[in-house]
Structure formats: structure tokens, C-alpha cells
Design a protein. Structure first.
Lengths: 282, 145
């Protein structure tokens, strides 16, 4: 199985966290089941492998469109991949889809929306064809970058105070003071919260909770043992019962159970993926 | 951009609920009611049978009394999730400071901060047909006592 992550170009770095390419050459004997906790990011995904579906507390089975926008998740979900895997995805910074495309991101929370509903069909079909024709993960990631550059040239977006605040929450793994973010934004608390909700899809306080849990899940996935007191201390959880309640709320399991039983993608990879520079065009 | 607008219209189920909560934040009961069907029903579940009624009667009275008793009442919409084609679940934090007695709770000038769940069901005309509101009423009372 191949799972590669690539960094965006300098022009796209304010909006894009990374590109990913996920492939396997042969269909698994048993359907592959991968779980994913909320991670605080939105994405655009092109599937050039076999169809797959997701299960979460909202859907018993959601057959995922071949190309889709995924908004913020607030529930853990399972991907069931019965066949060959082939996915090329853009992971966006939290407010980027609103900044680039003018979307109201609260509409996309817990949704996988077909790209045909958002973009002109001929644009999407052109890029699907290019992704399918790609000869390497690098080639496909470059196609994702070309797709975004085309969109960027149409709207020339610039990151605003909400982008900056949301990105700060990501960078600090949720360990930020909301009052300070509001102060830096030069907005009233109410305006800040409303703009944040429209551009990220969640309230700032709730997004901070999502981001902290996402960070913890990322820390513990693929491990057998962790130093819980250190994690709680580092993430400034001074109340253990509050931490457990929050963790259960987003993942459906206690932190200890999650450590033992999680089925995240990293368990299927030899090494945790390291983000690579995308080789420039010749 | 034309197709983006189409998408926004298709997804406007949530938009009605979000606008309802924003109107509540502005303490504008008439605007809140403007998003609701004239025969729409409301159930404030912790209040039992006495918490059931028409949005334009019971809902109007309770929200007006709340705003009167908690003049700084405010809310933060944490998340809005479409549960099916006609139902939206909103996770909301409501807060305020009591200045008048409310629903048998004597005013001690205390502040409350309480997680609420609003479940909205909408009709094809995008008007709200029913609202179910749930919160931890004993914690609400405890904070104000």
C-alpha cells in the first residue's frame, strides 16, 4: 500500500495543508476497514479506485461520490474499501474552502458533497481524466496543484483574520486562548464567532476541542503505549474526567480503548507518512 | 460561481436553522418566528407536557420571557448537522444573567452557561415545522440558585 503526502507550492501554502495519494495495486481479499477521527481539516478527494463507503453515527452506509468535498467531521467514521484503492486528495487549511470558493462551510459539516454540484462538470471531468492518466503519485499530486492553481487564478483569494485564527488553532494543536484570537482579529466576539462559523463550519471553541482530540489521536495512533499524564499536561487538560468525556464525545471510546483498538490508516503502513516536497515541473 | 450558488440553495436546509439561531442571538423573536410555519410546534423537553405547544404561541412566550428575564442572553452555535433530508441538529451554548424571576426560578442575579440541542424539522418550503429543545434543566436551575 502506498500513502504519500506532498507539500503545496508557496502560492498555495496559505490554503493547503498537503496533498495525499493513497493507492494499492491489488484488491484486498477482505474489505479493508479504516477508521478516522475528526481531524479539523476539510478536503477535496478524487477517487480513481473502486467505490467505497463510510459509516458513522449519522450514516449506516454512505456510498461516497467518486469526487467530493468533505467538510469538517465531528464524529469518528469508518471507511470500508472493498476493492482497489486509488485516491488523490487535497487537504485544506480550515477556512480555505471558504476563502477560495466562497462556500459557507457550516453547510458541509458531516457531508460528502459531489464536486459536480459545486464546479462545472467539464472542469472536474478534465482533472479526473488527468489524475487517471497520472503515471506516479507525484504526477497525480501535481495535477491536484494545477487544479487549485486554476481556481486560485479565478478568484485571487487572500487569507483573512479568520484564516489566520483557524490556522493558529491548528498550529498550536488547540492550545490557544479564544479571547486572544478575538483581540487579534479586531472584531467583536460575536462577529468573530459568526465569521468563524461561516468559514470553518464550527464555532471557535468547538473547533479547538476538535483540534485537540485530533492531535491526541494522531499522537497515539499506531502506538502500543503512551504517557497519558504527559499528554494531558502538554495539552493543558487539568481535569482528567473532562478529558475522557471530551475524548469519548468525539471518538465514541475512552482514550485507553482507543489506544488498544483503533484501526487508523497508520496501522497498515510501515512508517508514519512524512510530507515530501512536490517535485517541480521540468 | 453559478454552480456554487446552486449548491448553496440545495443545502439551505441548514441555513434556515442557522439564521434562526442568529436571530435568537440578536434577541429578535419576531425574526425567529419568521422562519417558522404558522402551525409549527415546539417541545421544550425538560418542561414535560407543559413544554409542548405551537411555536407562534408557547415558543414566542418562552423566548420573550427568557429575553426579558435574561436581557444579556446570548448563544454560540457550535455545529449544525443535517440528520436527514428534513432534520437539522444544532448544538448550541446559551448563556445569560438573570434579572427577573423566570419559570418559577427566583432571580438571584446569577449567570448560566448551558449546552442546548435544537432539533429542527423543516418542510419543503424551508419553513420550520417543529423544534425540539433539550438541555440539562437541573444544572440550569443549580447555576441560577
Amino acid at each position: 500500500m502506498i500513502y504519500k503526502k506532498f507539500s503545496p507550492s508557496k502560492e498555495l501554502a496559505p490554503f493547503v495543508e498537503c496533498y495525499f495519494i493513497w493507492e494499492n495495486s491489488d484488491a484486498p481479499v477482505q474489505p479493508l476497514m479504516i477508521e478516522s477521527p475528526p481531524n479539523g481539516f476539510c478536503s477535496i478527494v478524487f477517487n480513481y479506485g473502486d467505490p467505497f463507503y463510510i459509516t458513522n453515527s449519522k450514516y449506516e452506509r454512505l456510498d461516497v461520490p467518486s469526487q467530493y468535498i468533505a467538510g469538517q467531521s465531528i464524529y469518528i467514521y469508518n471507511l470500508t474499501l472493498p476493492g482497489r484503492i486509488g485516491m488523490a486528495g487535497i487537504v485544506f487549511r480550515p477556512a480555505a474552502l471558504a476563502s477560495i470558493f466562497g462556500l459557507q462551510m457550516y453547510e458541509f459539516v458531516e457531508e460528502r458533497t459531489d464536486l459536480y454540484k459545486v464546479f462545472r462538470k467539464e472542469i472536474i471531468d478534465r482533472y479526473i481524466s488527468l489524475i487517471k492518466k497520472g503515471v506516479s503519485p507525484e504526477d497525480r499530486a501535481r495535477t491536484l496543484e494545477d487544479f487549485l492553481m486554476e481556481q486560485l487564478n479565478l478568484s485571487s483569494p487572500r487569507p483573512d483574520k479568520i484564516d489566520e485564527s483557524a490556522n493558529q488553532i491548528v498550529e498550536m494543536n488547540g492550545m490557544v486562548n479564544i479571547g486572544e484570537l478575538v483581540r487579534q482579529s479586531f472584531m467583536s466576539r460575536r462577529t468573530f464567532e459568526r465569521n468563524f462559523f461561516q468559514k470553518v463550519g464550527l464555532s471557535p471553541k468547538y473547533y479547538i476541542r476538535v483540534r485537540r482530540i485530533a492531535y491526541i489521536c494522531n499522537l497515539i495512533a499506531g502506538k502500543k503505549e503512551v504517557d497519558w499524564p504527559k499528554i494531558l499536561y502538554d495539552l493543558e487538560y487539568f481535569d482528567q474526567s473532562h478529558f475522557i468525556k471530551d475524548f469519548e464525545n468525539f471518538t465514541g471510546r475512552s482514550p485507553g480503548q482507543y489506544l488498544k483498538l483503533n484501526n487508523e490508516l497508520v496501522n497498515y503502513l510501515e512508517n508514519k507518512p512524512v510530507q515530501q516536497e512536490l517535485p517541480r515541473k521540468e | 460561481m453559478e454552480s456554487i450558488l446552486k449548491q448553496q440553495m440545495e443545502l439551505s436546509l441548514k441555513n434556515t436553522c442557522v439564521e434562526f439561531m442568529f436571530a435568537y442571538q440578536q434577541r429578535n423573536v419576531e425574526r425567529m418566528l419568521g422562519f417558522c410555519h404558522k402551525d409549527g410546534v415546539v417541545h421544550f423537553t425538560p418542561l414535560g407536557e407543559s413544554g409542548k405547544g405551537l411555536i407562534h404561541e408557547l415558543g414566542k412566550n418562552i423566548w420573550s420571557a427568557l429575553i426579558d428575564s435574561f436581557p444579556d442572553i446570548d448563544n454560540t452555535l457550535d455545529a449544525a448537522v443535517a440528520e436527514d433530508d428534513e432534520t437539522v441538529r444544532c448544538q448550541v451554548v446559551i448563556r445569560g444573567t438573570q434579572v427577573k424571576d423566570f419559570a418559577g426560578i427566583i432571580s438571584n442575579g446569577k449567570h448560566f452557561d448551558s449546552d442546548h440541542i435544537f432539533i429542527f424539522r423543516l418542510g419543503a418550503d424551508q419553513l420550520i415545522r417543529s423544534i425540539t429543545v433539550t438541555w440539562d434543566h437541573s444544572d440550569f436551575q443549580k447555576q441560577l440558585s
